[in-house]
Design a protein around this ligand. Sequence first.
Ligand SMILES: Cc1cc2nc3c(=O)[nH]c(=O)nc-3n(C[C@H](O)[C@H](O)[C@H](O)COP(=O)(O)OP(=O)(O)OC[C@H]3O[C@@H](n4cnc5c(N)ncnc54)[C@H](O)[C@@H]3O)c2cc1C
Length: 465
Amino acid sequence: MTTPTAYDVVVIGAGIVGSAIARELSGHQLSVALVEARGDVGDGTSKANTAILHTGFDAKPGTLESAMVHRGYHLLSDYAKRTGIPVERTGAILVAWDQEQLDALPGLRKKAGDNGYHDCEIIDAAAVYADVPNLGPGALGGLTVPDESIICTWTVNLALATDAVNRGTVLLTDHRVDGVDIGADATTVYTSGGEVTARWIVNASGLGADLVDALFGYQRFTVTPRRGELIVYDKLARALVDKIVLPVPTARGKGVLVSPTIYGNVMLGPTSEDLQDRTATGTSEAGFDFLLGKGRALMPRLLEEEVTATYSGLRAAIDNVDYLIEADTAQRYLLVGGIRSTGLTAGMAIAEYVRDQLADAGLSLTPTTELPAPPQMPNLGEAFPRPFQQPDAIAADPAYGRIVCFCERVTEGEIRDACHSVIPPATVEGLRRRTRVMNGRCQAFFCGAEVQSVFDRETDQETPR
Ligand SMILES: Cc1cc2nc3c(=O)[nH]c(=O)nc-3n(C[C@H](O)[C@H](O)[C@H](O)COP(=O)(O)OP(=O)(O)OC[C@H]3O[C@@H](n4cnc5c(N)ncnc54)[C@H](O)[C@@H]3O)c2cc1C
């Protein structure tokens, strides 16, 4: 099948970054296509991270990443309020476990200030334990970061992509880009779903960004998939910790943290391991041993709790210390590369930056005066009301009173709504990210068949017998 339409801009990759860019550009008088290799949006790195809305306190000052995270924090916080993306401002505490780390705290506070964040405070060991009573023994002091927050990464991606589609973006899933033909006025992009033609191409393909970049003749960077494995503990563990507990960061990253999740669990991770395989999103025994060792020191009581799930995500690490966002005016092509560990937070700011780069490169950008309102997203956050808790909603629509997934208390009404939304799930895995279904203790053991059956009914598919 071919898609012959010529667009003004094709954005490759429907993760958080590509979706944010498509949303931003389609707020202008432009035709935009969002082209995604997989069958759904938000099925790459954006679905499997630690889901923290960062203030950017620990970024490298003066970098593009620092500026994007700082601005992205404010943009996404505001957007979350307007769309119903759940956010909890839990705050974070960075804990020093030895004298060297304690000595590093003043420098980290100064760095936070250089990054535009001025609310960090150094506290002594007694204050650390008052804040996190279940912390393991041996903490010497800490640095507070009151505005670090937890967020639902799935809803962020879906909201941005839905907003983009509502604004006119054409979403083309199952379109893996594997070739380009750059003409004088337009570029034809060859994909597994057919050809797409556009004046400008934006490469926001995450782990695949260097491969797409090579199609434009570049050899300027290599993506190394940096795996982060995580352990998710049962909701009964949630009482143990009410803020994000961070280690002192190192050159390799932010280190292993303990954090509440927006779904009411507690998470331990991530690891940081460079791999070759860009699809290696499995977990490993070595990773768990490492995390359990860290967890035992950080919060021994956490290890007494039951594990609900484990997962891993791949950071698109590159051999460049900063984000790599560059426009090539001659080929009407823009690269967004190396959005490693902060793209959930920075995505909306990156989208603004890309818009400005495209304008500088000659793309005419006239804002659309009447835009649709931002989408109202279903709430997946444990701290905010969900349909099963709302008698009025149930009275108006009894499907919100029929629970299908008992661990996460997801109702038939929510599954139905997701299946008929602007970007419906292609599979029950996609449904999981839209509703929390099958995410709880039983991991679909009890609800899996019922979920599949409702999904099949609502999407007009036959349930296999
Ligand atoms: C363990 C871990 C923890 C993290 N924690 C945080 C955090 O707490 N806070 C934070 O802000 N950030 C965090 N991040 C980083 C954040 O998740 C990423 O920066 C962000 O998700 C990147 O989004 P993206 O859109 O660039 O990439 P992706 O989400 O990977 O999207 C890229 C898309 O491009 C598609 N694609 C690839 N190649 C092609 C092709 N040839 N044709 C068409 N489509 C293609 C892919 O299928 C994919 O859907 C973390 C990352 C990891 C791995």
